[in-house]
Write a protein of this length. Structure first.
Ligand SMILES: Cc1ncc(COP(=O)(O)O)c(C=O)c1O
Length: 369
């Protein structure tokens, strides 16, 4: 399996050897510590806005008074509400502790030892962990040099062992988007009994004109699964709630392997209140997109070349000089997500954080990056 990262080796107890191949998930670092300047965490693609007062109020009023009780395991009020908004049956929706758990449910459902999961690489770092955790094999298809999915490569990687194909639109960390034509080309090439997951954690930020939302594909093909989250556009990363949309029999299977009682009442109430506050939240999304455009314009003016970003982050392909540049950001009070030897992913934060990013980029450019 072509994975990179840290490996846990030499465990002193009997265990599944596949665990030794799992790379440790590297969480985005917290903001650097400094006594004399404001510092920022732009390493985890979080929403920089504080939780909405209406969401905090809903949690206090409707969830905190009965923390002694287990949550509704199926999260029925959230499921029903989403089903009305999305226009599918409640039986087409499953909740998870973030979309990370939704993806885990799906992989657990379809892939085990001897089975393959095809996905682009570099992409969301949880994929190799989830696939190896299920005992299945990752087939990582390198992105094109422009950071986009290699759809032809993904199609070529599909064989009789393939149990799942993952599309990450927009892709973390390259922030690129998949075109409607490419997505449909892929769907037409995948056998109809092999599921295709569209991980759309950042779709609300996707302004790419030629993309589709996976819900369109869901209506056109029998084997599409969509993963969405409340972590990014809705700003509830700390509460862990996401959902999957899939054919009914797929959802039934996913529910069987879901972490029992995983999605708390606090998360469910926050999700409901967030759906009520959709207009306010989408204003926030618009302001993050406009900050992203501001950063992109400034960096292009400085002479940087990088993929047009369609998420709440962007990607600087710095190759060998990645660590050197990351140290400069850290020095300036910014924790960014560096993938050694490859590039740096930087989240769009509050305006002052973005100003600081632009400043460091100018300095790097002057230093010959
Ligand atoms: C592409 C992608 N998918 C899924 C997730 C999972 O988010 P969550 O589990 O918070 O819903 C992330 C989080 O960073 C992501 O980048």
């Amino acid at each position: 399996m072509a994975v990179s990262g840290d490996y846990h080796e030499g465990m002193s107890f009997k265990h599944r050897t596949i665990i030794d191949t799992i790379p440790a998930y590297k969480q985005g670092k917290p903001a650097p510590k400094s006594d004399d300047k404001r510092t920022y965490k732009v390493s985890s693609n979080e929403n920089p806005f504080e939780p909405l007062p209406s969401v905090v109020k809903a949690i206090k009023k409707r969830a905190l008074p009965h923390l002694n009780r287990y949550p509704d395991m199926r999260g029925w009020p959230v499921v029903e509400r989403l089903s009305r908004e999305i226009g599918v049956k409640p039986e087409n929706i499953v909740l998870g502790c973030g979309s990370t758990e939704v993806i885990t449910q799906l992989v657990q459902l379809v892939a085990g030892p001897g089975d393959e999961v095809v996905y682009p690489w570099r992409s969301f770092e949880a994929y190799p962990i989830i696939v190896a955790g299920a005992g299945a094999t990752s087939v990582q298809v390198p992105n094109l040099s422009n950071g986009r999915h290699d759809i032809d490569g993904m199609i070529a990687a599909i064989n009789e062992r393939t149990r799942l194909v993952i599309v990450n639109n927009p892709n973390n960390p390259t922030a690129t988007s998949v075109s409607d034509t490419d997505a449909r080309r892929l769907m037409n090439a995948v056998p109809s009994d092999v599921l295709v997951l569209f991980d759309e954690a950042y779709f609300q930020f996707n302004t790419y004109a030629d993309t589709n939302v996976a819900m369109d594909l869901f209506r056109d093909y029998p084997n599409v699964v969509v993963a969405h989250t409340f972590s990014k556009a809705y700003g509830l990363a700390g509460l862990r709630i996401g959902y999957g949309i899939a054919p009914e029999d797929v959802i039934e299977g996913m529910r069987k392997v879901a972490l029992p009682f995983g999605v708390t009442d606090v998360a469910q109430e926050a999700a409901l209140a967030s759906l009520d506050a959709y207009d306010e939240l989408s204003d926030r999304v618009k302001s993050i997109i406009s900050e992203r455009n501001r950063v992109v314009t400034a960096l292009v003016r400085q002479g940087w070349a990088f993929p047009d970003p369609y998420a709440n982050f962007f990607w600087l392909p710095l190759g060998e000089r990645t660590d050197e540049a990351a140290a400069e950001f850290e020095q300036a009070g910014l924790s960014v997500r560096a993938f050694s030897g490859d590039g740096i992913r930087i989240s769009i934060g509050e305006a002052s954080a973005n100003d600081a990013v632009i400043e460091v980029c100018a300095k790097l450019k002057k230093a010959g990056f």
